[in-house]
Design a protein around this ligand. Structure first.
Ligand SMILES: [Zn+2]
Length: 445
């Protein structure tokens, strides 16, 4: 397929904006890139998708999300509003996840995946929990991802909060899924070993997780130091701070993701850097839970790899960009903090490198020959000059996620001119509303 008459934003190194260009796709890869007229002559038989001058760029990547949180939208929590993050966990998330059946898990994923296609997120790294429907839950999500045509890395959050049997079942679900990926590798599905957070994991369970698999092959994906409570708990349990404790149990490493890292000290940051562990930043979630502001710029200056996730907020990743841009200025009372270039560094460059850990078959997040054909069209008409230098600020102040008109993943067109080609949004959301209503009933019971 030939994507012609495009203004390409390559996000390559160096980034380029190329007018009147084209991409030739073969299978799930970009096979050629060049001036539109040249490629149209070179591939005269190719089916052509006319971009009509729109911006054509790599699909967005989300480094940490929770499909299972979809049914929380609009849900009332009985009683007084939770006063802090531990209360939010206990009174919202740890009750909602228990209310989910496998069918709820499927529809939670599907509605998030529709949202991702509509808003141009083509790769998602998910962190799943459904304590009353553990076994097979990752297969159900993988089926939804395949149905949607997107790319996702999946894991199950092991935790002790629901008792030893469910902790064991969580370990087994991760292992079962990771083994199925070895026997049947797929270029659009990958796995990690999920852990909830230090504060819900005993030493025995962490040891069992370490013993269960080789983290050099499959890294861990865990929340860490999202709130001070995680540190207090870790110090009480082990006399160690959270990142030190995770390091002791082999959780850190270049394939592992630590989400949040809001409340870490300099030695913990050093440990993250030394081990090459990925940190993901979710500013919308951090603001919503009032947990504070991670020192993202400090971590980057130290050489820690930081990516951008959404923690289950909408898959409109440019909203996460905008929040990151504003959050650090407000938190530090300094308008120089978190420049557009830094936001692009974490959201584009670092997220692409992180996605490459799980999908190493081809470059991801760039428009270049040989890269995965994960591509979006953006109907944006800049009112001021737009260059590679000021592009992040055009995205921050001009781009809207609804400007995404066409979404392609692995060479397959999933949305064309804002029409979803494979998923019936009306049917899926009608079913999801019914299922959410029932889940809310179980939540309140
Ligand atoms: Zn999370």
């Amino acid at each position: 397929m030939l994507i012609a008459n495009a203004t390409l934003i390559t996000w390559d190194t160096p980034n380029q904006i190329l007018e009147n260009h084209a991409l030739y796709l073969e299978g799930d890869r970009i096979a050629d890139l060049g001036p539109s007229s040249e490629l149209q002559t070179k591939y005269p038989q190719a089916e052509t998708l006319d971009a009509r001058g729109q911006y054509v760029m790599p699909g967005n990547i989300c480094a940490h999300t929770h499909f299972y949180g979809a049914f929380a939208r609009g849900m009332a929590i009985p009683g007084d509003p939770p006063k802090d993050f531990p209360e939010i966990l206990e009174r919202l998330w740890w009750k909602l996840d228990k209310a989910l059946s496998l069918d709820d898990v499927r529809y939670s994923a599907l509605v998030c995946l529709i949202d991702a296609i509509k808003h141009g997120a083509t790769t998602l790294i998910d962190h799943h929990a459904s304590p009353n429907a553990i076994e097979g839950s990752l297969d159900v999500i993988a089926e939804a991802v395949k149905q949607a045509g997107l790319r996702a890395c999946l894991c199950y959050e092991v935790t002790d909060r629901d008792g030893p049997e469910r902790a064991k079942a969580g370990i087994e679900e991760n292992l079962r899924f990771l083994k199925s990926q070895i026997s049947n590798p797929q270029s659009q599905i990958a796995g990690a070993f999920g852990l909830h957070a230090s504060l819900t994991l005993s030493d025995a369970t962490l040891e069992a997780c370490r013993a269960a698999h080789d983290a050099r092959n499959y890294g861990f994906h865990i929340h860490a130091a999202e709130h001070e409570a995680d540190q207090y708990d870790s110090l009480k349990k082990s006399g160690m701070r959270v990142i030190d404790r995770l390091n002791k149990f082999g959780v850190l490493g270049p394939r592992s993701i630590v989400a949040h890292a809001v409340h870490i000290d300099p030695r913990e940051a050093e440990l993250l850097r030394e081990t090459g562990t990925w940190v993901t930043h979710q500013p919308r979630s951090n603001m919503n839970n009032a947990v504070g502001a991670a020192d993202v710029e400090g971590l980057l200056r130290m050489g820690v790899k930081v990516g951008l996730g959404n923690d289950g907020f909408s898959n409109a990743m440019w909203d996460e960009w905008k929040t990151a841009y504003l959050h650090h200025k407000a938190a530090r009372r300094d308008p120089r903090r978190m420049s557009g270039t830094t936001v692009a560094e974490i959201a584009v460059t670092n997220n692409a490198a992180l996605a490459g850990v799980f999908f190493p078959q081809a470059p991801i997040g760039v428009l270049a020959p040989g890269a995965f054909a994960d591509i979006i069209f953006v109907d944006y008409h800049p009112t001021t000059p737009m260059t590679v230098d000021n592009l992040p600020w055009h995205i921050l102040f001009g781009f809207e996620n609804s400007m995404v008109t066409t979404t392609i993943c692995a060479g397959k067109v999933l949305m064309k001119d804002r029409q979803l080609l494979f998923l019936d949004e009306a049917e899926i959301t009608a079913r999801s509303r019914e299922m959410a209503k029932n889940a809310w009933g179980r939540f309140a019971a």
